[in-house]
Design a protein around this ligand. Structure first.
Ligand SMILES: Cc1cc2nc3c(=O)[nH]c(=O)nc-3n(C[C@H](O)[C@H](O)[C@H](O)COP(=O)(O)OP(=O)(O)OC[C@H]3O[C@@H](n4cnc5c(N)ncnc54)[C@H](O)[C@@H]3O)c2cc1C
Length: 534
């Protein structure tokens, strides 16, 4: 996953005249391919799938809390932070995995941490005071300078060389194909970015931006909603875009943020990608993003600081109802003790995805089934000292024309790790019309198949890749992220799924915003916690 969001016309113009920096391409040759260690993990879908069967033991033991939050991903952790900051101490978070963070979690080996999902946060919009406060608490945003410009901790920002694209058999700087493209192609890119600049500024008669983050602040006028009715691809064609390079680039961007490409996401989503971020908080850091070796697990850790000893891991919530005393009863399976228990609260927040909630609240199944989730495969490699020895690895390394989204060099920010071994993470979403089938295929995929899929791509840019691999760690995410297909953001189903039950049971998750990004999860948590306190 990369930072395509940071591209705008200005950045494109700035870089399109640079001579691409072609670093010597690695010529490492080893005598024979060696064996390496292979590991497979994934969101705990075995435990999760028990929600279908519901053959859990009868609850033994009951406890009480004022509030329960189900799910300790960014949304749940953000809600908990809000409760704590507002003087509430009696709450508990129930998390089915053995760790918190959800899709913002990480793995680690002896050379580096690495992300198991989200790995960067773009610089927020200037108007997003809540997020700015959180970044200040977390010592990412340090203070303002004498001109009122923010000063960030630069160790938590990307720095050069940030991005490169393997295009026409060479690495070029920047992800937009530029080297050896025609003037016509360049003009199309410029025209596209000009349009996106215009969309970024557009406001409705109430002063709301057409596109904004969080989405709840954005305009809902018909002109905006109409962009949800067609695919991004059709919108591009309607607007006379034709160049192969532009279509590849936009497809890459959509897969990167939404899991599905331009054929499947709405025009609203495609335009949102480029125009919801206003790039208006800091000129100095324009184009940079926040990132860490452990990815956004770092942000999850900061959020979790508000919930010390309140997160019950390995606790799967499988039932919920309002009892005769007007309290909410939640049934939980503790995967440590293999026992079920009942927890009673005044109010409960489900910060869990809708494909889970449908098994706890069967009346929500039909609406939940209308949501589309793209499956993802991540592969983290431990590479020997020869990898990257004669070339400069960038933070983000993308290969033109393939299905995968390239790889991130996880040690890019590290100054204190032993970097003789390189730890990189490859990202691949499965973009298709039928995400359910793609998910089934992913679950069935063997280690040999995954290896082939990933290696075939990476070998295009690194012919001796396989010989340099020491360890590979595959991570499957069946329901990786919500995908903004046409009519999903403003659809009726979404409104229904967002509604609380009797002001006792609440729902918040990035999938209810329709876009799977940190900022949406963070704000979803805050909004839900505010409602619970009313
Ligand atoms: C491959 C990938 C890359 C991504 N990259 C980025 C990125 O670079 N930047 C970015 O901003 N965003 C990225 N995202 C989006 C990321 O998902 C969001 O930023 C954010 O982490 C979503 O948080 P959430 O709390 O809404 O959801 P989740 O992460 O889904 O959290 C839900 C939590 O609920 C728990 N849970 C589910 N069911 C139950 C149950 N029955 N009982 C108890 N607990 C339960 C889950 O285990 C999980 O911890 C990426 C997503 C993926 C899949």
């Amino acid at each position: 996953m990369k930072n395509g969001v940071k591209f705008n016309r200005r950045n494109f113009l700035k870089t399109s005249f640079l001579v691409a920096c072609f670093l010597p391409f690695l010529q490492y040759c080893s005598k024979a391919a060696k064996s390496f260690i292979l590991k497979i993990s994934g969101a705990n879908y075995v435990l999760g799938h028990q929600l279908w069967a519901k053959n859990f033991p009868k609850p033994t033991g009951t406890s009480k809390h004022q509030y329960i939050i189900v799910g300790a991903g960014i949304t749940g952790l953000s809600a908990a932070r809000f409760l704590k900051k507002n003087g509430i101490g009696d709450y508990v978070l129930l998390e089915m995995e053995n760790h918190f963070g959800g899709n913002s979690s990480n793995g680690e080996n002896k050379f580096s941490k690495f992300p198991l999902g989200a790995h960067y946060l773009p610089i927020p919009n200037k108007a997003d005071e809540e997020l700015k406060n959180f970044l200040k608490e977390s010592k990412i945003y340090l203070k303002d300078d004498e001109n009122g410009e923010p000063i960030f901790d630069e160790y938590q920002l990307t720095y050069a060389p940030e991005e490169r694209l393997f295009y026409k058999n060479e690495w070029q700087e920047n992800l937009i194909p530029q080297y050896a493209t025609s003037e016509k192609v360049k003009a199309e890119f410029q025209h596209f970015f000009q349009l996106m600049d215009d969309f970024r500024k557009k406001k409705d008669s109430e002063g709301k931006f057409w596109f904004d983050i969080p989405i709840k602040n954005a305009s809902t006028i018909d002109e905006v909603k109409n962009l949800e009715k067609i695919t991004f691809k059709n919108w591009l064609l309607d607007n006379q875009f034709h160049s192969e390079e532009l279509f590849w680039y936009l497809d890459y961007c959509c897969k990167d943020d939404f899991g599905l490409g331009t054929d499947f996401v709405s025009a609203w989503a495609g335009i949102f990608y480029f125009s919801a971020r206003k790039n208006d908080w800091s000129k100095k850091y324009d184009g940079h993003v926040f990132t860490w070796a452990d990815g956004n697990a770092r942000l999850a850790k900061h959020l979790s600081g508000f919930s010390e000893n309140k997160i019950l891991k390995n606790h799967l919530t499988y039932d919920c109802k309002i009892n005769e005393n007007d309290e909410v009863e939640v049934l939980v399976f503790d995967n440590n003790s293999k026992k079920s228990k009942k927890i009673i609260a005044e109010k409960v927040l489900f910060a869990t995805p809708q494909f889970v909630n449908q098994y706890v609240f069967p009346e929500r199944k039909k609406a939940a089934e209308s949501l589309v989730y793209a499956p993802w495969l991540l592969a983290t490699f431990q590479m020997n000292e020869h990898f990257g020895a004669e070339e400069e690895l960038n933070w983000d390394n993308v290969i033109y024309g393939v299905e995968g989204l390239g790889y991130i060099y996880n040690q890019h920010q590290n100054t204190d790790f032993n970097t003789s071994k390189k730890i990189i993470t490859y990202y691949r979403s499965f973009s298709s019309k039928n995400s359910k089938q793609a998910r089934r295929n992913l679950y069935k995929m063997t280690d040999v198949e995954m290896k082939k899929l990933v290696f075939d791509e990476l070998k295009l840019a690194h012919p001796h890749f396989e010989e340099m691999v020491e360890e590979v760690y595959f991570h499957k995410l069946g329901h990786g992220m919500i995908s903004p297909v046409p009519n999903s953001i403003f659809g009726k189903e979404k409104d229904f799924l967002k509604k609380d039950i009797d002001h006792k049971i609440f729902f918040a998750h990035s999938d209810l915003s329709g876009i799977s990004i940190f900022e949406e999860a963070f704000h979803q948590g805050i909004e839900a916690a505010k409602k619970m306190l009313q």
